[in-house]
Ligand binder design. Structure first.
Ligand SMILES: [Zn+2]
Length: 212
């Protein structure tokens, strides 16, 4: 089963992807990880990607898809994979579909981790990290001390409420058309309520997958 994960920043998609990978016994494939591994291993597409990165350019979608293809031609993904962060735009959804069709496969299910905007703002802005050791702490005020090293906890600029709202706007602008694109192909994303503990959300995802 090839499972595609969608969801806003902070909805816990990456963590749920890992938990689902363990439960379902298939690997999780995240664009950033796969890209770094291909560059490190010096695969054909990895070398191509590196030439863009060395120039400080963004790696184009077609190169990323080539790297995904290398992954799907390997043994590791024979039983499927969980794709995290692979599709953020309609051209990427389209490109992924075409690439998989070329090798006789397809996205089987799309999971959309869904959570109320203001809950996300509250969740992300309650996160602080240690200035010194980068240890993340939850529900702690900026200015208090790190449990690990005694350094000062700060809130990352990215996690300030206004910055979070801005990230959510960008996400929605990009993702709404992606959801519509899948709906038009009768591959409607399955909505998972992402407000809850890790275990609760995981169980909801597994239940939804079983029902469909
Ligand atoms: Zn620290």
């Amino acid at each position: 089963m090839i499972l595609l994960l969608l969801g806003p920043p902070g909805a816990g998609k990456g963590t749920q992807g890992e938990l689902l990978a363990k439960e379902l016994g298939i690997p999780k494939i995240a664009t950033g990880d796969v890209l770094r591994a291909a560059v490190r291993d010096g695969t054909k597409r990895g070398k191509e990607a590196k030439s863009y990165m060395d120039r400080g350019d963004l790696v184009p979608d077609e190169v990323i898809l080539g790297i995904m293809r290398e992954k799907f031609e390997g043994d590791e993904t024979r039983n499927g994979a969980i794709l995290d962060g692979v599709v953020r735009t309609v051209p990427q959804a389209h490109g992924l579909g075409l690439m998989l069709a070329e090798i006789g496969r397809k996205v089987d299910k799309v999971l959309l981790f869904d959570i109320d905007d203001e809950k996300l703002v509250a969740r992300l802005s309650s996160r602080t990290v240690c200035e010194k050791c980068q240890h993340p702490c939850k529900d702690r005020e900026p200015g208090t001390k790190c449990d690990k090293c005694g350094g000062t906890l700060v809130r990352r600029k990215d996690d300030e409420p206004e910055a979070v709202r801005n990230r959510l706007r960008v996400y929605k602008e990009q993702t709404a058309p992606v959801i519509k694109w899948y709906e038009e192909r009768k591959e409607s994303p399955l909505k998972i309520d992402a407000d809850g503990s890790l275990e609760e959300v995981l169980q909801r995802a597994l239940k939804t997958l079983k029902q469909e």
